[in-house]
Design a protein around this ligand. Structure first.
Ligand SMILES: Nc1nc2c(ncn2[C@@H]2O[C@H](COP(=O)(O)OP(=O)(O)OP(=O)(O)O)[C@@H](O)[C@H]2O)c(=O)[nH]1
Ligand SMILES: [Mg+2]
Ligand SMILES: [Zn+2]
Length: 295
């Protein structure tokens, strides 16, 4: 298992045996196979020196999946982290990551962090937006260990990558999950709007109860590349109730009359913001499609 900092862990899942760590070089395999090793990769590696625990990677095994943002491989779950405030939540980013999870067939876990900073029932409002999607939503704060018991339950046995804007608290969450011995975190700097100890590379950690968690650098720009505007609606589970009931076959649910999705949103069955962001993303994807032969 590639740990992210270049070191490797032998995959000994049998209880009691402490996993051994080897620092490995990737000896040009990535150029040959056009594959760059990613944190989470399963690899065949050779021990070069047992004393200094160094080795070299011979082969990267077939991936179940991989992400370019965050750059990780073989994950079961993506924890999409947003903060109530500081930074302001970027719900378009959350929506886009939800789409990617569904395309890749992995489970999204939506974490609403910093609920201690709630002043105007933002947590309730955010929960309402995403409860309607049917995905699991978990409110969290570093000040409440009880909420972390629930998180442990969601993580045990799975490989989970944490993703989201810089400063939402991903590293803080991993620190708490791992009993506070991992890495530094920091306040958001007013100037650069980033955590003072912003994470710069992916790090992977083994959970006591089985599974792994990966801390990743924050990001805000994110482009959905896996779907086209034609099938975008398939990745909004709450639209399914309206399926097939629009007046026009092939309705895009953006501006057509007698649209069943629009109808659901007017009745409050679909969150208004989610619907509006859907139409924005639809236009973005359509524009990219219409301009696909231009440079
Ligand atoms: N009030 C409050 N602050 C929190 C909470 N969780 C994290 N923070 C603070 O938010 C700041 C940023 O936290 P980080 O964990 O570094 O954020 P990050 O998501 O890892 O950021 P990047 O590594 O830049 O992507 C730190 O000052 C944390 O102490 C929380 O539940 N409540
Ligand atoms: Mg971090
Ligand atoms: Zn429609």
């Amino acid at each position: 298992m590639l740990m992210g900092d270049g070191s490797l862990s032998e995959d000994k899942s049998s209880e009691g045996s402490a996993p051994a760590l080897y620092t490995c070089k990737a000896r040009g395999i990535h150029r040959k196979e056009e594959l760059t090793p990613l944190p989470g990769d399963r690899v065949i590696f050779r021990i070069l020196d047992e004393k200094s625990k160094t080795g070299c990677i011979d082969r990267i095994l077939d991936r179940i999946n991989f992400f370019t943002r965050p750059a990780v491989a073989n994950i079961d779950q993506l924890a999409i982290v947003l903060a109530v405030t500081n930074p302001q939540p970027d719900l378009m980013l959350v929506d886009k990551l939800l789409i990617t999870c569904q395309v890749k067939g992995i489970r999204p876990l939506i974490i609403i962090n910093k609920i201690d900073l709630d002043t105007e029932n933002q947590v309730e409002a955010l929960k309402k937006v995403y409860d309607k999607t049917g995905f699991t939503v978990l409110p969290l704060t570093k000040f409440s260990p009880e909420a972390y018991d629930l998180l442990h339950g969601e993580l045990a046995g799975y490989t989970t990558a944490f993703a989201g804007q810089s400063g939402v608290g991903k590293s803080t969450i991993l620190n708490i999950v791992m009993n506070n011995w991992l890495m530094e975190t920091g306040d958001i700097s007013e100037k650069i709007q980033r955590g003072k100890h912003t994470t710069r590379h992916v790090q992977l950690f083994r959970l006591d109860k089985g599974g792994f968690i990966l801390d990743t650098p924050g990001f805000s720009a994110y482009t959905v590349t896996e779907v086209s505007h034609f099938d975008l609606q398939d990745y909004y589970p709450e639209f399914a109730k309206a399926s097939g009931s629009c007046r026009f076959k092939g309705c895009s649910h953006t501006s057509e009359p007698d649209c069943a999705v629009k109808n659901l949103f007017e009745k409050g069955k679909i969150d208004k913001g989610r619907y509006i962001r859907y139409t924005e993303l639809y236009r973005e994807l359509k524009e990219a499609y219409d301009n696909r032969y231009r440079r």
